[in-house]
Design a protein around this ligand. Structure first.
Ligand code: FE2
Length: 442
């Protein structure tokens, strides 16, 4: 496989799709209310009475664990006078009470009581009549389902099953055991760019040599085969080998140090030691530095249980990188994966970048499944995220400004950026945009 995606044709993208309020209005009207998207993880809502508010593009959706143990989702609005019902996340909920007039709903979204008029017999009778007015006064349900530890929601009443939407990804990623992973914190960074600029920056390896040159010592950014599914896409990137762009110029010591600095956690190297990992381990006769790294990762994976006991070298060390249309990027390694999610802001020029890091932890550990903390990072905390991410974060607002320059009507994709083109093709399917904003065949 040489990385040439099948069926690839889109290479010129209208910049207005990133800057025009009318385009954002199309996304807000026709994409977010009609597409499956990641709302939170099951660890946010493990017990009856747990809830989590997911917000995107003006929508507010409540994910609720019912007293029967079932997971449900509702539009977060009181059908009486349209107040938002709950904010943020929490637990111990026995009913959902609107703060405006104290109308109450049970955790299945059914109207429970109207206060204080529920003292009146006729009102109380109405409230218990599920087929009458009270039936119409239930919370508006949102389709909800779970895969890989993620809670997905889709506000559309015509939502296709999540399993259909995900195409073959659950089967393809079954080896990872994603539902056994957990995440300590949902980190969010506000960014001055369109949400698609974030997705674009995370679904291609072409910018590595320019923006993240330190990665070229440990990753092959050239032989990174791309697979386009119907809506979603993937690349698989070899790790533990230098980029062909640096062929012959990377010593084993440099490879070792760069791998420890960027992916030392995969070998169990404590964060404090990743910057100075010492001399590289001895490389047995006939083996390579990659073989040594594979052995070190395999040893560390073994400490987390038997899940990866039979994994081949390719799956032990390499990067399996997925774009989940529309706005999630899941970067999967054995024993660790990261989610990047981008949510639109109030204008086409801003967004929220969400970062969730997942570890596989032995199930018997007390912190095997913590409830993730929800954090918005300030400038100082952003600086602590590490050089690779900072390099991307510094770049993206500049791209957004560039997209606004009037001389540039389209931007140009190369073959290695085919996943960006595919995302735009699927956007056309959802948005049915007017001709000037539509993708033109090359
Ligand atoms: Fe990057």
């Amino acid at each position: 496989m040489d990385g040439a995606p099948t069926g690839h044709r889109t290479t010129r993208i209208p910049t207005a799709r990133y800057t025009l309020p009318a385009w954002k209005a199309l996304e807000d009207e026709r994409l977010w209310p009609r597409v499956w998207q990641i709302a939170c993880t099951v660890d946010c809502v493990p017990a009856p009475g747990d809830y989590f508010e997911y917000e995107i593009a003006g929508l507010s959706i409540l994910v609720v664990r019912g007293d029967d143990g079932a997971l449900r989702a509702f539009q977060n609005v009181c059908p009486h006078r349209a107040n938002l019902l709950l904010r943020g996340q929490g637990s111990g909920l026995e009913r959902i009470r609107c703060a405006y007039h104290h109308w109450c709903f049970d955790l299945r979204g059914r109207l429970q009581s109207i206060s204080p008029e529920d003292a009146r017999p006729e009102a109380s009778a109405r409230a218990s009549d599920r087929t009458g007015a009270a039936g119409r006064l239930a919370l508006v349900p949102v389709a909800v389902d779970v895969w890989g530890g993620f809670v997905f929601v889709n506000p559309s009443p015509d939502a296709e099953p999540l399993a259909t939407y995900l195409e073959g990804l659950p089967q393809e990623l079954e080896w990872v055991g994603m539902e056994e992973f957990s995440c300590d914190a949902f980190m969010t960074v506000p960014l001055a760019c369109n949400w698609k600029v974030v997705v674009d920056a995370f679904v291609e390896t072409y910018h590595l040599h320019a923006v993240h040159p330190q990665m070229l010592a440990i990753a092959d950014d050239v032989n990174t085969p791309i697979t386009l599914y119907d809506k979603h896409s993937r690349f698989v990137q070899p790790y533990g080998v230098p980029s062909p762009r640096r062929r012959g110029s990377v010593s084993n010591q440099e490879l070792w140090e760069a791998f420890a600095a960027n992916l030392g956690h995969r070998m169990g190297i404590p964060f404090a030691d990743q910057g100075a990992p010492g001399p590289h381990p001895e490389i047995p006769e006939g083996l390579s530095m990659r073989d040594v790294l594979v052995a070190r990762i395999r040893e560390h994976l073994g400490e987390m249980g038997a899940r990866y006991a039979d994994l081949d070298d390719h799956h032990v060390i390499d990067d399996f990188h997925y774009h989940l249309f529309p706005n999630a990027v899941v970067n999967v390694f054995a024993g660790w994966f990261g989610l990047i999610r981008a949510r639109p802001g109030a204008t086409p020029d801003d967004c929220l970048l969400d970062m969730w890091n997942f570890d596989l932890r032995p199930a018997e550990r007390a912190d095997a499944h913590p409830r993730p903390a929800v954090l918005t990072l300030g400038p100082d905390e952003i600086r602590a995220l590490g050089p690779v991410l900072l390099q991307d974060l510094d770049l993206m607002p500049q791209v957004q400004r560039g997209l606004r320059q009037p001389g540039l009507g389209h931007f140009q994709l190369t073959r290695s950026e085919a996943r960006i083109g595919r995302m735009h093709e699927i956007l056309d399917r959802y948005l049915d945009p007017p001709a000037p904003l539509r993708l033109a065949p090359d």
